[in-house]
Design a protein. Structure first.
Length: 280
């Protein structure tokens, strides 16, 4: 099926300028097929999360502002071109306008991969950032509940979900020494692990498990239940999912896209403008 390409003039005509180029979020919302601000706000939140994970200044790309629209005072954002790109990549791909916007931004960034692969990369960054937060939360709960050796506790969760120890997972996925397997997982595998980690924390808090062995048993049982659910719905067992590109490479590429877009929309200093010599 052919991918729709968002016409350049349709997007660019919504641009505003106050020294730098920006788009109002509520204008962009309608442009890519969203009707509800609350739903679109969730997409913006995900895009902001990606920005924060990459260490890119949020206020350079997402500037909150109050506006009066149809007589009502409403929340809005000034979005940079890069912010629009992140929002589009986090949007609902089932919306034709979102798919068209994704294709346009990938073409604009001169990406060599297909549009859906670009969206997958942005989703991976968001999911990996959430996992980092949830891992810290689980570690704190486990520590308070009596875990003395966290690597053993962590391995129990992986063993339950993958039917193998973490060391074997690392070898199977080709994960370099000193790196987390999470950095080499696609969005599907990351989502499954995020569910495993959040449910492990919930089980420990709910059941009041205490001590190293009890907590390892809890982590293993949750991992096994997540695996069982995946298999029961016909999903691919996590150990059979292919390794994804190093998340650090993904970070580098998305940051490069940010630099490219900023350069495209940077105001031109009068000193840099060359005047044409008058005809003799």
């Amino acid at each position: 099926m052919d991918v729709l390409i968002m016409p350049q003039q349709d997007f660019e005509q919504f641009a505003q300028s106050n020294g730098s180029i920006f788009w109002f979020a509520r204008d962009f919302m309608s442009f890519i097929g969203y009707q509800s601000w609350s739903s679109f706000r969730q997409v913006i939140n995900k895009a902001v999360s990606v920005c924060m994970t990459l260490g890119i200044p949020v206020d350079e790309n997402f500037k909150m502002q109050r506006r009066t629209i149809d007589g009502a005072d409403v929340e809005d954002f000034k979005l940079s071109r890069f912010a629009c790109y992140l929002v589009a990549m986090n949007g609902d791909i089932k919306k034709p306008a979102v798919a068209a916007a994704q294709a346009y931004f990938v073409t604009l960034a001169e990406a060599t991969r297909r549009c859906l692969e670009e969206a997958e990369s942005v989703e991976r960054v968001h999911a990996r950032g959430e996992l980092t937060t949830e891992e810290k939360s689980l570690s704190a709960v486990a520590s308070r509940s009596g875990v003395e050796c966290y690597p053993y506790f962590q391995n129990a969760g992986y063993r339950g979900m993958y039917n193998m120890d973490l060391r074997k997972i690392r070898t199977l996925k080709g994960v370099p020494e000193g790196r987390s397997p999470l950095d080499f997982m696609g969005s599907e595998e990351l989502a499954a692990n995020l569910f495993r980690i959040t449910q492990t924390r919930a089980k420990i808090e709910r059941d009041g498990a205490r001590g190293q062995r009890s907590l390892e048993a809890a982590a293993h049982s949750v991992g096994a239940e997540v695996r069982k659910a995946i298999v029961s719905i016909g999903g691919t067992p996590p150990e059979q999912l292919p390794a994804a590109r190093d998340i650090r490479q993904v970070h580098t590429q998305i940051k490069a896209t940010n630099r490219k877009f900023r350069k495209m929309d940077a105001p031109v200093s009068p000193r840099r403008l060359k005047t044409k010599p008058e005809d003799e």
